[in-house]
Design a protein around this ligand. Structure first.
Ligand code: NAG
Ligand code: NAG
Ligand code: NAG
Ligand code: NAG
Ligand code: NAG
Ligand code: NAG
Ligand code: NAG
Ligand code: NAG
Ligand code: NAG
Ligand code: NAG
Ligand code: NAG
Ligand code: NAG
Length: 600
C-alpha cells in the first residue's frame, strides 16, 4: 500500500464516514439528561446550544448531547452553510471555539468516571469556515496534563478525527485545546468510551496509544463498523485493494479467545484479504508522523487474524510477519479457524520514516497469507506530573461552588505555564505540586465560605477580599498549619471569629484581615478580642512579636486599668480603624484599638 496510509485514504473514507454519521442527523429527539449514558459513553455535540435537546443517532442509537455542561469556556458557532451537505451528520454542523489568544488552554471535564480506568477518547474537527475567516487553524490537544497531538486542519471540508486510548487517573478525563498562536482552537464533537483495563495492555498509567489507523480488511461496501457491532465503539475503516487482494469472508461468527486483549468484533473479523497472486506477500506501509513535540514517535502495529476457510487436512496456511525486513516471531503463523489471534510488536518501533509490514508464506504453506484487521498506534508518554489529588478535589469543589471561570480548567498547577490564575503552587522535585496560595480577591464570589478551603492542606495565603461572601467563618481554617494570611476584607460575613483562628492570631502564626464586614461580630456576636499591634491602621491582626511581648503586656495592664475606670461612662477609645466608624456602638472584633485586651 503506497503513501502515508491514513492520509491517502482520508478523502474517500472520511466521506464515507460522513455518510454514516450523516444518518445521525435524521434520528429522533430524546429528552434524556445526564452526563454518562448507561454504557458509560459520553457523546458530545460541541457547540450545540445548552438548552437544545439531545438527539439519537439512528444507526448506533447513541445519544448526542450539548457539551455545555462539560466546559466553562468558548462560544458556539454554526459552520458556514456552503459546507453543510445533506449527508453530513448533525454533530458537524456547529462548533465551539475558544478565543483567549496564544497560550490559552480550554478544557473539557468528562465525567464522572471510575477513577483509574482505561478510556478511548475521540475528538472530531471540521472547520467549515465557521468564523468566516477562511483560515483553518493549527492547535494542540492535551489529555490531562499530557500533550496528545497537534490538530492541523488541512482544509475546511475535511473532517479530522483524533483518538487516544489512555488510563484516566482521576474520576474525570480532561481534554484540553491549547492555542499555540496559529489560530483559534475549535472542536466539533467529542466522544469518550470506557475500556476494560485488560484491553490494550500496552496502554497503562504511564503510556497512552494515539491512533494512526484502524482498518477492517476485505469489505468493499465502504461501511465503517462501529457501535453496536463494536461494543467499544471503535471505528473500523474498510480497506480493500482489488488489484492485489481478494476478499475472503464468512457468515459464521468469529470468536475471541478467553481474556482477549483486543476484543475485535466478529463483524470485523468475518472479512479478510488474501493476495490474488498466491505467491505474493500481503504488504502495507505507513509513514512516521513526527512533530515538534514528538520528533521520533514509536509505533505499535497490531495484526488481527482468523482463518475463515475450513482448510482440508493436507492444506496449511502459514506465513511470516516482518516489519521493515525484521522477522517478528521466530516462526510461521497459522491463524485458527474462526478464532481471533493478534500479533504485535511489543517494543514500539522507532527511527524510521516509513514502516513496511510484509506477510509472506512459509515454504511449507499451501495457501497464501490472510489478514483480517490491523491497528497502528504511536505510543505517548502520559507521565506528566499532576497536582496533588486532594488539592485537585478541593479546587474543583471551590470552582464549582463559586462558579469561578477565569482560566480554571484542567489541572490546577500543571503544566506550569497553564496554572490557574490566582493560584500559588509549589513545585518540588520530590512530590507533586500543591496549592500554596489562593487569591480570589474581587472575583464576585457570593455564598458561604467553602469548607473546601480547609482541604488545601499546604495553603499559605487565602485572599477572599472584596467579594460578597456571607455566613460565618469556619474554624477549620485554623487547622491549616502553613496558613499565615487570611484576607476577608470587604465581604458580608457575619458571626464571630472562631476560637481556633483567634488562637492562631494570638500566637502570631496567622494574620487575619476582616475589615468591612458590617455584620461580623455585630451585636449579639461578641468576638473575643485579639492581640493587635500598636497604632494599627487597619483591621489586621498582626503577628505577635516576642520582643514586644513584655511591652504589650505592660501596656495592656495599663489600658485595662484605664478602661475599668472609665467603664461607667462607657466611653470608647477612638480608633483610626475605618470599621469602627461604621459600628453601631458595640465592640467589634477588629475594631479595637491599641492593645485593647478587653473582654466584653
Ligand atoms: C445556528 O443555526 C441554527 C439553525 O440551524 C440557529 O437556530 C442558531 O441560532 C444558529 N446559531 C448561531 C450561533 O448562529
Ligand atoms: C500543517 O499542515 C500543513 C500541510 O499539511 C503544513 O504545511 C504545516 O506546516 C502544518 N503546520 C504545523 C504547525 O504543523
Ligand atoms: C507501561 O508500559 C511501558 C511499556 O511496556 C512500561 O515501560 C512501563 O513501565 C509501564 N508502566 C507501568 C506503570 O506499568
Ligand atoms: C506472482 O508473484 C510472484 C512473486 O512476487 C511473481 O514472480 C509472479 O510474476 C507473480 N505472478 C503474476 C501473475 O503476477
Ligand atoms: C518499504 O517498502 C517500500 C516499497 O516496497 C520500499 O521502497 C522502502 O524502502 C521500504 N522501506 C523500508 C524502511 O524498508
Ligand atoms: C518471506 O520472509 C522471509 C523471512 O523474512 C524471507 O526469508 C523470505 O525471503 C520472504 N519471502 C518473500 C517472497 O518475500
Ligand atoms: C516444513 O515442514 C517440514 C516437514 O514437515 C519441517 O521439518 C519444517 O520444519 C517445516 N518448516 C517450517 C518453516 O515450518
Ligand atoms: C490578590 O490580588 C490582588 C490583585 O488582584 C492584590 O492586590 C493582592 O495583593 C493579592 N493578594 C495577595 C495575598 O497576594
Ligand atoms: C455584591 O452583590 C451586589 C448585588 O448582589 C452587587 O451589586 C455588588 O457589586 C457585589 N459586590 C461585589 C464586591 O462583588
Ligand atoms: C451557609 O452556612 C450557614 C451556617 O453558617 C448555613 O446555615 C447555610 O445553610 C449555608 N448556606 C448555604 C447556601 O450553604
Ligand atoms: C449570617 O447570615 C446568614 C445569611 O447570610 C444567616 O442565615 C445567619 O443566621 C447569620 N448568622 C448570624 C450569626 O447572624
Ligand atoms: C506607630 O508608632 C510608632 C511609634 O510607636 C511610630 O514610629 C510609627 O510611625 C507608627 N506607625 C503608624 C502607621 O502610625
Amino acid at each position: 500500500m503506497e503513501g502515508p496510509w491514513p492520509r491517502a485514504m482520508a478523502a474517500w473514507w472520511w466521506w464515507m464516514s460522513l455518510l454514516l454519521l450523516g444518518i445521525a442527523g435524521c434520528g429522533g429527539v430524546l429528552q434524556v439528561h445526564g452526563q454518562v449514558d448507561n454504557l458509560g459513553f459520553i457523546s458530545l455535540d460541541c457547540g450545540l446550544p445548552e438548552n437544545a435537546a439531545g438527539y439519537v443517532d439512528s444507526t448506533t442509537k447513541l445519544r448526542f448531547t450539548s457539551d455545555a455542561g462539560f466546559i466553562n469556556a468558548g462560544t458556539n458557532h454554526n459552520m458556514s452553510s456552503e459546507y453543510i451537505t445533506p449527508l453530513m451528520g448533525k454533530s458537524w454542523h456547529n462548533v465551539r471555539s475558544f478565543g483567549g489568544g496564544a497560550g490559552a488552554r480550554s478544557c473539557y471535564t468528562l465525567g464522572p468516571l471510575v477513577a483509574g480506568l482505561k478510556h478511548l477518547v475521540r475528538a472530531k474537527f471540521m472547520y467549515g469556515n465557521y468564523d468566516g475567516l477562511n483560515k483553518a487553524p493549527v492547535f494542540d490537544l492535551h489529555v490531562g496534563v499530557n500533550y496528545w497531538t497537534t490538530v492541523n486542519i488541512s482544509n475546511a471540508n475535511t473532517p479530522e478525527i483524533y483518538e487516544i486510548i489512555a488510563v484516566v487517573p482521576g474520576d474525570s478525563a480532561e481534554v484540553c485545546l491549547v492555542n499555540t498562536g496559529s489560530g483559534t482552537p475549535f472542536i466539533s464533537a467529542l466522544d469518550l468510551r470506557p475500556l476494560e483495563n485488560g484491553l490494550y495492555p500496552m496502554s497503562n498509567s504511564t503510556q497512552g496509544l494515539v491512533l494512526l489507523t484502524r482498518s477492517n480488511f476485505g469489505p468493499t461496501d465502504g461501511v465503517i463498523l462501529r457501535y453496536p457491532d463494536d461494543p467499544h465503539d471503535r471505528f473500523w475503516i474498510p480497506q480493500s485493494k482489488p488489484t492485489e487482494w481478494s476478499e475472503i469472508s464468512t457468515a459464521k461468527r468469529v470468536h475471541n479467545m478467553e481474556g482477549s486483549s483486543f476484543d475485535v468484533p466478529s463483524a470485523v473479523m468475518q472479512t479478510a484479504v488474501t493476495p490474488i497472486n498466491s505467491s505474493s506477500p500481503i504488504q502495507f506501509t505507513w509513514d512516521a508522523e513526527p512533530s515538534a513535540n514528538v520528533p521520533d514517535p514509536g509505533y505499535i502495529c497490531i495484526l488481527h487474524f482468523s482463518e475463515l476457510q475450513p482448510l482440508p487436512v493436507n492444506a496449511l496456511r502459514q506465513f511470516y510477519v516482518t516489519l521493515n525486513g525484521q522477522l517478528w516471531l521466530g516462526k510461521g503463523l497459522t491463524p485458527q479457524y474462526l478464532y481471533t489471534n493478534a500479533v504485535f510488536n511489543g517494543i514500539p518501533s522507532h527511527g524510521s520514516h516509513q514502516y513496511n509490514v510484509s506477510l509472506n508464506a512459509t515454504t511449507n504453506s499451501t495457501v497464501p497469507p490472510i489478514l483480517n484487521a490491523i491497528e497502528i498506534f504511536s505510543v505517548l508518554p502520559t507521565t506528566g506530573i499532576t497536582t496533588a489529588t486532594q488539592d485537585v478535589s478541593a479546587m474543583a469543589a471551590i470552582r464549582g461552588m463559586y462558579k469561578v471561570k477565569k482560566n480554571w480548567m484542567g489541572d490546577p498547577c500543571m503544566p506550569k505555564n497553564f496554572a490557574w490564575k490566582g493560584l500559588g503552587c509549589s513545585y518540588t522535585v520530590s512530590s507533586p505540586p500543591i496549592v500554596t496560595g489562593l487569591n480570589l480577591s474581587s472575583s464576585g464570589l457570593s455564598g458561604n465560605l467553602s469548607s473546601s478551603f480547609a482541604g488545601l492542606k499546604g495553603l499559605q495565603y487565602l485572599d477572599l477580599s472584596r467579594n460578597n461572601l456571607t455566613g460565618s467563618i469556619p474554624d477549620t481554617l485554623s487547622q491549616l498549619s502553613s496558613l499565615t494570611l487570611i484576607d476577608l476584607t470587604d465581604n458580608q460575613l457575619n458571626g464571630s471569629i472562631p476560637p481556633g483562628l483567634v488562637k492562631r492570631t494570638q500566637d502570631g502564626s496567622l494574620t487575619l484581615r476582616y475589615g468591612n464586614n458590617p455584620n461580623l461580630c455585630s451585636s449579639g456576636n461578641y468576638c473575643r478580642p485579639l492581640e493587635k499591634q500598636k497604632n494599627s491602621t487597619d483591621t489586621s491582626l498582626y503577628k505577635y512579636q516576642w520582643k514586644r511581648l513584655i511591652l504589650v503586656i505592660l501596656v495592656l495592664s495599663v489600658v485595662i486599668l484605664c478602661i475599668k475606670m472609665r467603664r461607667q461612662g462607657r466611653t470608647r477609645r477612638v480608633s483610626r480603624d475605618h470599621t469602627l466608624r461604621t459600628t453601631r456602638g458595640t465592640y467589634r472584633y477588629g475594631s479595637i484599638t491599641v492593645g485593647s485586651r478587653i473582654v466584653n
